[in-house]
Ligand binder design. Sequence first.
Ligand code: NI
Length: 259
Amino acid sequence: MYIDTHAHLNDPRYEGERDAIVSSFKENGLKFVINVGYDAKSSLKGVELASKWEDVYATVAVHPHDAKDFTDEDLKRFEEYSKNPKVVAIGETGLDYHYDFSPRETQKKVFIHHLELAHSLGLPIIIHLREAFDDMLKILKEHRALLEYGAVLHCYSGSAEMAKVYLDMGLYISFAGPVTFRNARGLLDAVRAVPLGRILTETDCPYLAPEPHRGQLNYPHYVRYVADKIAELKGITPGELNAQVLKNARALFKRIRHE
Ligand code: NI
């Protein structure tokens, strides 16, 4: 069974379709999905979904794109939402210097607020990182104690060398649809460089649909294309990869139920 550790079923694009998508997880070979929040509203929506469906978990945060709109109220809300045992992490939070939708200094400040929140709640962190590798590394080194409950770099887009730096800091690395793209050579080196014990699989849906659905709306069950590609690169079967990803997901997201 496949695992999607980063989906945005809270996205308005799934309106009217959500229940059908989640109720067909099992027949589509999905074990569970972690629905990731990107602002207060989407975080609440994720918690509601997780409360309704057994095989959906939630995370709460403000995305770096929206860091400029972040308020102390958001922190209080997220603390409240996290009382729900199906909230398994704080995220996604981080730095995005590709779009720069929020000023970089604001992104950094808001990211550190999220690190502090995750630590105070004993939860791991889901990190969004795009074109800000050096600043991210600097913040994580300065705030290393706040990573006590673990972290994952989601939708990894960097080099094998950079992956090693973050692996040395104890982070997990999660791969999404781009590993299936034709121009993914550098990224494939990164997949080869990350040990099996630190790999997670995700879709980041509705974005980044893997081949053969590239350019279309993405769905959690398309994670099979991502996982199958990683298994191929690692020279193991998809079943073996999924068993390892399940182990990794449970080690990082400790609130995920064992059955
Ligand atoms: Ni995302």
